[in-house]
Design a protein. Structure first.
Length: 314
């Protein structure tokens, strides 16, 4: 496991419940995104997370015949990508913040992947691809899984760094992915999501909370909000932003650090104190992080036990 970094104090983070709009021009997108980043930065946030597929409001700038053609739209969307990257890099530098951009279907290796670009406050650019695809992505959209996970080391204004990893939507529902990130030093799991129902949102929320519990770290959930009948790609999206932690010493008893309102766009901005989660790893009522190896190796293959025969009908 990678050694912990020094963190001088609480870190202010922002989880975006971002609404899909029908745009008249690229300038509309640039104005909107600038307003969002400026707002979070003015409120002191150092790490801003946008939802999965948030940039797909750019579909409104494509020809009408492509707006419901989920496979046909993928290649034309690449035309916006250079300006998309340049805009985020400029905003990260201008406001001295780190940005997890809304994930984008990016052409890669002869196919398309769901990629969340990450921008440091000096404009450094990296990314995390989604690794596990939903049925819609795999069967209808033909979006392919990426490869590998990354842990991002964010320098903080007060000194020290914050290490975080990203689990895009469905990825948050699989323990091993978050475990690799935590063992790589991540103390915050960022979960951008696009879910078309309360059931889908609940799966990602429960997954985020479970990953926070198992790894005794924070999880930040940023959901997409959409009522966009003009595109099949993201016509309905529902959720509420949230920030979660293990329910233990010094942390909320229900594991909910902060929770946004249902389908309400805006930033959920919260200060996270990683000394609390570190203390829980050392001295919690339970030690999930310490016990992760034995928890994975102690159980053997399940044995089937037949509990007798069925009773005779009365």
């Amino acid at each position: 496991m990678t050694a912990q970094t020094d963190v001088a104090g609480p870190v202010r983070v922002a989880a975006g419940a971002y609404p899909v709009d029908f745009l008249a021009s690229w300038a509309d997108f640039e104005t909107k995104l600038t307003r969002w980043v400026a707002d979070a930065a003015a409120r002191g946030a150092e790490l801003l997370a946008f939802p999965e597929y948030a940039p797909l409001e750019l579909i409104s700038l494509l020809p009408p015949e492509l707006r419901h053609d989920v496979r046909g739209m993928r290649a034309p969307l690449q035309a916006f990508l250079p300006d998309f990257l340049a805009l985020h890099e400029r905003l990260a530098r201008q406001f001295a913040v780190a940005i997890v951009a809304g994930s984008y279907p990016v052409a890669h290796g002869g196919t398309f992947v769901n990629r969340a670009f990450v921008f440091g406050p000096d404009g450094t650019v990296s990314h995390q691809d989604k690794l596990l695809m939903t049925r819609f992505e795999a069967e209808e959209w033909d979006i392919a899984p990426g490869e590998g996970v990354r842990v991002f080391d964010l320098p903080l204004r007060a000194g020290g760094t914050l290490r975080f990893g990203i689990a895009i939507c469905y990825d948050s529902e699989f323990p091993s992915l978050a475990r690799h990130l935590a063992e790589g030093g991540a103390e915050l799991l960022v979960v951008p999501s696009f879910t078309g129902s309360r059931a889908g949102y609940t799966r990602v929320r429960v997954g985020s909370m479970a990953r926070a519990l198992e790894n005794q770290l924070y999880a930040l959930h940023a959901p997409l909000i959409a009522d966009a009948p003009w595109t099949y790609a993201v016509e309905d999206a529902h959720g509420a932003s949230g920030i979660y932690a293990p329910a233990d010493h010094g942390l909320p008893e229900d594991g909910v650090v902060a929770q946004g309102a249902w389908n309400e766009p805006g930033w959920l901005i919260t200060d996270l104190d990683v000394t609390l989660t570190r203390n829980v790893r050392r001295n919690g009522h339970v030690l999930n992080w310490r016990d992760r190896h034995v928890g994975g190796t102690r159980p053997a293959a399940a044995q089937l036990v037949t509990l007798g025969s069925a009773p005779e009908p009365a």
